[in-house]
Design a protein around this ligand. Sequence first.
Ligand SMILES: *Cc1c(COP(=O)(O)O)cnc(C)c1O
Length: 235
Amino acid sequence: MNPSLSLRDRLDAVRGRVAAAVARSGRAPDAVTLIGVVKTLPATVVAEVVGLGLTDLGENRVQEAEAHQLGVARQAVRWHMIGHLQRNKAGKALALFDLVHGVDDAEVAGALQRRAESVGRVLPVLIEVNTSAEASKFGVAPEGLVPLAERVAALPHLALRGLMTVGAPVTHAGDARPGFVRLRELRDALSRRLGTALPELSMGMSGDYEVAIEEGATLVRVGSAIFGERPAPAR
Ligand SMILES: *Cc1c(COP(=O)(O)O)cnc(C)c1O
């Protein structure tokens, strides 16, 4: 990535590549939502990218999301929780996010259900599936998906909208394809089994979002390709 490019240039480039991947897969122009992953960024950059018209932002920490949201009109952005959610953060997550991507066990789902019920809201959620057993410690194993999904689907204050996966980091974008195909097939089978549409597939990051779009992603989570490399996390 060329560091002399402005945020606007990089965002435009990613939008162009998203649009091209959508077109070559024969999908509708609005079939894919670009989520800008703003974790670890200064609040000024978050405000700047919202000013450039990006409507969907992703966070992986509740506390940082709180800080980022201070500088941005609540109605201007759909906020996505893409990280691992701890049970004791369910109440805050409910207040901060429009879609929670990373539900991967019944306890977190139950905590979200109780909080959502107490404020009379229905929270849209995705179940995170671990499609690369060796690479990720989060996400339900494919074998555990059906029982978890049946439990989530039975919770009246959660709306199960689809599946999410992170996938192993790959050197060649094409290497990510089997994991994306797997997620789509799991979604299709689950949808038949539950008898409900599960329209959302959250998959694809900076290195492989175009492949994810070709395989049916509806939500791509892109950080460094838009914002530049993040500094290594402290700790
Ligand atoms: C950080 C992160 C991303 C974005 O990663 P990039 O490679 O910077 O695009 C996407 N999804 C999740 C869950 C993340 O934690």
